[in-house]
Design a binder for this molecule. Sequence first.
Ligand SMILES: C[S@@+](CC[C@H](N)C(=O)[O-])C[C@H]1O[C@@H](n2cnc3c(N)ncnc32)[C@H](O)[C@@H]1O
Length: 407
Amino acid sequence: MSGPGYDMFAVTAHGLADLCAAELAGLGIAGRVETGGVAWSGSASSLYRANLELRTASRVIARVGEFGARGFAELERRAAKLPWQDFLSAGSEATLRVTCRKSKLYHAGAVAERVARTLAGVGVTVPDAVTGDDDDDAHSADIRGQLIIVRFMRDVCTISVDSSGALLHQRGYRQALAKAPLRETIAAAMLLASGWRGDSPLIDPLCGSGTIPIEAALLARSIAPGIARADLTPRRFAFESWPHFERASLDDVVRDARSRVRPARARIVAADRDAGAVAASRANAERAGVAADIEFRRVQLSDLEPAAGGGHVVTNPPYGVRVGDRRNLRELYAMLGDTIRSRRPGWEVTMLAADDALAVATGLPLTELLATRNGGIPVRLLTTACARTHTQADGVYQRLHNQEGTV
Ligand SMILES: C[S@@+](CC[C@H](N)C(=O)[O-])C[C@H]1O[C@@H](n2cnc3c(N)ncnc32)[C@H](O)[C@@H]1O
């Protein structure tokens, strides 16, 4: 292995770690699924690649160190010995996110103060310490400079640095928003788990701002999320500010990702009854460089005619918690089932549902692929495609990658 090695962890939303591990396997990285994500050890290049290519991870963090500490003096002494110079330059800024559980040092604010003092010793200022839960994006708007994550659990202190910067779901393309947009990482997880292989028709009849069709086009064309823009330029990552950042190695990773981009092989339809949503989808798809791969249609669900021959409907209907009149929702869900079941039996439906009664209203034989949260709401990913397990979803992902010749 050339260059520094890292212990890394891809943080995922609840329920997505298995899919993320499958994605890593597709990149040739053997990860270990743990609570909240996937761990692995490897080179700087694997860190860069994971950041650029993972569709389901929220962020990738790298471990600075781990030690036991039951008093503040011990904490400061041990924290001072960590290799901060590998991640931070003198004169830079950092934000601390501290959580303490089941530990003698239970006061997150006091722990943050001691770690900030240690950082001051290496010339790093900490304007703000953020304490609170481990949620991957809690307080993300407050982060200034390098995010440092300090976690006390049973008197063991683990300190990690964020390598991603802006959360990875922020691909950059989604600037036009419709109501209740779906997180890009969840849209990608829905597609990976759905059994869609990128080479058959796909429709989102309730596309809103177009997240599912755009993520589908990126997947079908093998465009890494980190270069999801018309000119395939990469987004910026926090690791680019690290003192040992290897520009040439990132350039190689980007070149490799670009070399795998291929033409579309599937007809992808983004439909919605709302003209603003269709316009937002198109503008977002243009920014992502995939507008030519998607057919945009302003149409009521009831008027949608899926083509003969079959394909996949992957969709995120309104839940009734945030948008939509609940009384009409049952009708909408029933229509979703009817549009597909009675008219086009060759189509599979994969959908998010927050409410079992509404899922039942579709009349579709749905089974659960995974459970996660969208915008804080617990949701289940359901499918008509014969009961798939994560392992089968992993297989789908592997097949996608095999077709791309990357493994
Ligand atoms: C929860 S939003 C979809 C959000 C989308 N996944 C995104 O990321 O932006 C549901 C969408 O369904 C659309 N919709 C609701 N009822 C409809 C109907 N009967 N026919 C077509 N579209 C409908 C709404 O206009 C809305 O854009």
